[in-house]
Design a protein around this ligand. Sequence first.
Ligand SMILES: [Zn+2]
Length: 74
Amino acid sequence: MTFDPESRRSEDPCPQCGGLNTLSHDYPEGFSDLECLDCGFRSDAEEIAELARFEGALLERDPSLPIPVKKLTA
Ligand SMILES: [Zn+2]
């Protein structure tokens, strides 16, 4: 699974610098975060990193186990 967030202009001011040049990312997983284009603030960045590591751990499971392959149709 890959993250494919919807990004849109946010009305929320940056909690770090108070700037309004912010983007809101809505993830299909059901959470969203705020990114500030001025200072680079990113809410929930650590949480997302944790999630990414979790996904990575799942992918690195025992490679000797047979994994059913489903063909993806675009
Ligand atoms: Zn900011």
